[in-house]
Structures are given as structure tokens and as C-alpha cells.
Design a protein around this ligand. Sequence first.
Ligand SMILES: N[C@@H](CCC(=O)N[C@@H](CS)C(=O)NCC(=O)O)C(=O)O
Length: 219
Amino acid sequence: MIQIYDLAGKNDLRFSPYCWRIKYLLNILKIDYKTIPTTFNQRLNNRLFGESRLPTIIDNEQLISDSFIIAQHIENNYAQKTLKLINNNLEAIRLINHWSDHFLNYSILERVAFDIIECLHDEDKKYFVESRTKRFGMHPKQFQELTMSSTKNEFDKCCNFLNNILLKQEFILEDGISYADMIILGSLTWGDKVSKNTKINDKFIKLIGWKEKLSDFCA
Ligand SMILES: N[C@@H](CCC(=O)N[C@@H](CS)C(=O)NCC(=O)O)C(=O)O
């Protein structure tokens, strides 16, 4: 059975957008898997990981990292021909993957960077604050406060972009579900799990409807 090292916080909160993408894909494909809750420090202190981040999976003794590579591995090895959610539209999905990592996820990070700390195991708080302070050039508290008090954050713009797509079609890429939907849902799930700051504005009705429908499909 596939085993997924899945980022875990306090009270076993699972919040990684990249891990959710993979769990949603496996749920849709109805493939059995087991998650192994993993803290930031457990990843850092376990030589198994090396440079690998979460999610990392073990499948038939093979260690695989990076959500996009994992998703392709799952599809190539497990999905029936009738349910190809990645390879049928590989380049478009790669583009959505990049867009989500660079634009959507960054817009969410700016809104939740400080709130995440409260969701972490105590052993992870110091590492998270130090590593993110280095990355942002300021403490996560200041990083989030700056965002929330200015208009430069692009979460609404990202929602608008997605809502406009969904005005014309039922799913992100076409009128059939694809891994692109799981990528976006994974990011929105991350925001919802750690903060109240990524509630989608009521005016994005299509996006809200898509999210509810897809959350049911992927459960
Ligand atoms: N491109 C990677 C990104 C994975 C990633 O950054 N995972 C985060 C958790 S959400 C991680 O492992 N972070 C470790 C750290 O910050 O020390 C993917 O798609 O899997």
C-alpha cells in the first residue's frame, strides 16, 4: 500500500497544500493509502528524506518526492485508462501547477504565515519562525500584518482569475475533472485549515460552488 509522509501539526492537523493534492488524487482514484504524520523536525532529522520535502511517498520500496512527480507516478501505475487525470492534458496541468505554486500559494502564504505557527507542534515553532524569518526578511507576524494592512496581496485576484474560468466551464481545465482541480483545491484547503484569512469573497460564486462540489468528490 502507498505510504505518504504527510506534514502534521498540533492535534494531528494536516495542512500541507502539496500533500492534499496527492490525497485528493488518491481519493478520486479510490486507491488505498496510509499517511504517516510527519512534523517539520521529523523530516529534518530523518536521513531517509535528504533534500526531499513533503509529500514523500513510499510505494513498493521506492521513495518518491515532489507532488507533481508523485501524481504522475500514481497515474502511470494505478489509474485505469478511463480515468486519466494528468497525462491527457500534461502541459496545461504543469502550467496550473506552476501558477498555483508561484501565485496562488504565495498569496495564501502572505495571509497565513503567522497563523500557521499556532497550528504547529511546539517542537516545530522555533524552526518555522527562524526559517521563514530568513526567507521573508522579517518575522512571519510582521509579514502577515503588512499584507493584511495593504492592498498588494493577490488572493482576490487569483480567486477572480479562477472564478472567470469557472463562468465558462465546470472544471479548471475543461468540462471534466483533472488533477488541475486537485492542485487548486489543495491550496485552498491549506488556507482553510490554518487561518480565517483566506475565506473566498462571496462575489466569486462560481469558485465557491466549484469548491463545495469538488470537496465532496475528493472526500
Ligand atoms: N514542489 C514541492 C514542494 C513541497 C514542499 O515545499 N513541502 C513543504 C511542506 S508544505 C515542506 O516539506 N517543507 C519543509 C520545510 O519547510 O522544512 C512539491 O510539489 O511537493
